[in-house]
Design a protein around this ligand. Structure first.
Ligand code: ATP
Ligand code: MG
Length: 254
């Protein structure tokens, strides 16, 4: 289970971010990036964040640690910004937090070298989860303490928005033409050989167990949270063995 903290203070909105993530302080005195249940696509975005980050971490990729953050809408009362006030008001209960990487820099492909091996692992992972949010325009990669960290996995697993079509949707190719790491000659073949066998039913059960029940209740067609957890795991399990063959747009002989 993810660690649970309680938001004690809203500090500021992050400079960027379409969903208006905020910076908060919690009862453990930690500073977290807060992603609101009341924002945009709501809790499905947060489920995607949890599944991807917890899977990526177990595959050896760097992602900030996640926590759940309890928000009392009262926090919004003193907020001068109306949009922020609205978000806090509509996000009472369980939200998603992640460790704030203080001093992290946005990824600059001209100033930072990435090995073909690491690029391959990240492209392979993005293909597995169908991440459309790692383009050179908006890489969602941070450089922190000399290393590359992955953030923002809300726009992945599009199949979760239409469960009856999930199997078909999850069989689709992945277009890596705009991927931020394309210039680093990603070695997806090696990544696939190493990572695909690790994506097992047991690993995915462990990953999906991290999704808070509160975000899994009331989904049409599903009885229990665990049923829905299995639905999240299935397309990833099916996709992992062959997804490297479906990566398009890397150029060369791929
Ligand atoms: N854990 C973190 N530590 C430090 N900075 C972060 C962290 N998470 C996100 N950021 C910064 O905040 C920005 C916005 O966060 P994120 O991309 O997750 O939000 P978003 O609303 O989904 O964004 P968008 O839809 O615009 O891509 C990131 O691009 C990054 O610069
Ligand atoms: Mg982003």
């Amino acid at each position: 289970m993810l660690k649970e903290v309680i938001a004690t203070r809203y500090i500021a909105p992050l400079r960027e971010g379409g969903s208006l993530p905020g910076l908060i302080e919690a009862d453990d005195l930690g500073t977290y990036v807060l992603k609101f249940t009341g924002a945009g696509q709501g809790r499905k975005t947060l489920v995607a964040e949890v599944v991807c980050a917890e899977l990526a971490r177990r595959l050896g990729l760097r992602v900030p640690r996640l926590v759940t953050v309890e928000v009392d809408p009262v926090l919004g009362l003193g907020e001068p910004d109306e949009q922020v006030q609205q978000l806090l008001k509509s996000s009472g209960g369980t939200n998603l937090g992640m460790d704030f990487l203080s001093g992290a820099l946005g990824f600059d492909p001209l100033a930072f070298e990435v090995s073909a091996e690491e690029a391959g692992r990240i492209v392979w992972f993005d293909a597995l989860v169908g991440n459309v949010d790692r383009s050179w325009r908006n890489p969602n990669l941070l450089r922190w303490r000399g290393e590359l960290w992955l953030v923002d996995h809300g726009a992945t697993m599009i199949w979760q928005h239409n469960w009856p079509g999930a199997a078909t949707s999850a069989a689709r190719p992945y277009d890596a033409a705009d991927h931020a790491l394309r210039p680093f000659a990603p070695d997806v073949a090696s990544a696939a050989a190493d990572l695909a066998p690790q994506v097992t039913e047991d690993l995915l059960a462990e990953v999906t167990a991290e999704i808070p029940d509160a975000w899994l209740t009331g989904e049409p067609g599903f009885g229990t949270p665990d049923e829905l957890r299995r639905a999240y795991a299935r397309p990833l399990l099916d996709r992992a063995p062959t997804v490297h063959q479906r990566i398009q747009g890397l150029g060369g002989d791929r």
